[in-house]
Design a binder for this molecule. Structure first.
Ligand code: NAG
Ligand code: NAG
Ligand code: NAG
Length: 342
């Protein structure tokens, strides 16, 4: 009798553990069945992310599966996903790391029903992919700051307290996936604005982390006011890490991600988490709509091997250690997305 009670106790302990399990804590394990799909069969991958097609010679980086500590992730089931979103639409808004995840999702879905009919169109900054046999629509709004970037007489103005320009596009979807961070750090020629505007004040520049927080707060207010959480699931992508300094992962003589062919094993990245992640978490915690954070930063930090490096658009500008190869890491980000809607 006592033995049976003990067994029940253990079973409950296990169940509680699985329920409380944090998907985002774990490690990368070698899995011969990976990648999740054959990227040469996916028609959507842009050159920037198409590492195999660009001649990347090593392929071990494709063979790592994320293993959470103490629970199991369901495999991404593209057919099931298409059924669940039949007649529905999903919008991604953000920078090129959002495009990375968007195209990965497009490939995960397409390769689950290869040869299925689709219509991909791109008008300006907006891409639309429709899986015609399912009526599933995937929209990408390339929108690097989320808040407005407006060309005016004085020059381009970044308006920290307005999302009016593009937010109409965000209405009436069944799932929204937002992201912004990387462009907030850009200076000099890469910086696309001349002034920052807060209310009526125009500034030449300001603390970028403060600007980022003000902008996220504007975005959060829009979501809280305009999104019906009973109809729409909202995700935030989190901070995708770059690898331009080997000191961060205790290899001081390694300049960047070029030539890295395997992830860091174990679950601890020697470098620290980017402060922008704490800002995102702070803003999300204050919202009335429960936005699910894809907390991909730490687990992606371990993937020093998964960037395009010289097998993206690369070349003159040096290796790309910011984006990620497709197939590859963004497939796991979408696996989290899938597990969080099950
Ligand atoms: C991927 O698909 C291509 C084209 O159909 C094929 O030649 C190749 O063998 C496939 N690769 C794998 C690993 O299945
Ligand atoms: C694809 O979408 C475009 C733009 O909406 C439209 O003009 C075209 O007719 C569509 N093609 C198909 C096959 O549905
Ligand atoms: C790399 O990181 C180390 C440790 O954080 C730092 O001391 C060093 O200046 C960095 N190197 C570059 C080139 O940024």
């Amino acid at each position: 009798m006592i033995f049976i009670i003990f067994l029940l106790f253990l079973a409950n302990l296990y169940k509680a553990n699985a329920e409380n399990c944090n998907f985002f804590e774990g490690s990368w394990v070698f899995d011969i069945s990976y990648p999740m799909y054959n990227s040469t069969v996916c028609p959507f991958i842009e050159k920037e992310f198409n590492c195999l097609n660009n001649g990347r010679p090593d392929q071990i980086y494709l063979k790592y599966r994320w293993q959470p500590q103490g629970c199991k992730l369901e495999e991404f089931d593209g057919r099931d996903f298409l059924q669940r979103f039949k007649g529905k639409s999903i919008l991604f808004a953000g920078d090129s790391l959002t495009r990375d995840q968007y195209l990965s999702l497009a490939c995960l879905l397409y390769t689950s029903v290869p040869g299925t009919n689709y219509n991909m169109t791109r008008v300006g900054l907006i891409s639309t992919l429709i899986f015609l046999d399912y009526g599933v629509t995937l929209i990408l709004d390339k929108n690097v700051f989320l808040v407005d970037l407006v060309p005016e007489k004085i020059g381009v103005v970044l308006k920290l307290d307005s999302v009016a320009q593009r937010s109409k596009l965000w209405l009436d979807h069944d799932m929204l996936v937002f992201n912004t961070w990387h462009w907030w750090t850009y200076k000099g020629a890469q910086q696309p604005w001349k002034y920052i505007q807060i209310g009526k004040r125009l500034l030449k520049d300001m603390d970028r982390m403060v600007a980022f927080e003000l902008a996220l707060d504007t975005w959060a207010k829009w979501v809280d006011t305009n999104v019906d959480p009973d109809k729409t699931i909202v995700f935030f992508q989190g901070v995708s890490p770059s690898h331009y300094n080997g000191s961060e992962w205790d290899e001081p003589y390694v300049k960047n991600c070029a030539g890295q062919t395997q992830p860091l094993l174990g679950s601890i990245y020697p470098g620290s988490l980017p402060p922008a992640l704490a800002v995102q978490k702070k803003i999300l915690s204050k919202m009335s709509v429960a936005v699910k954070l894809l907390d991909i930063t730490a687990l992606s930090q371990l993937r020093i091997d998964a960037h395009p490096s010289f097998y993206g658009v690369g070349g003159a500008t040096g290796p790309d250690c910011t984006h990620w190869c497709i197939a590859g890491l963004p497939d796991t980000w979408n696996q989290f997305l899938y597990n969080l809607i099950l």
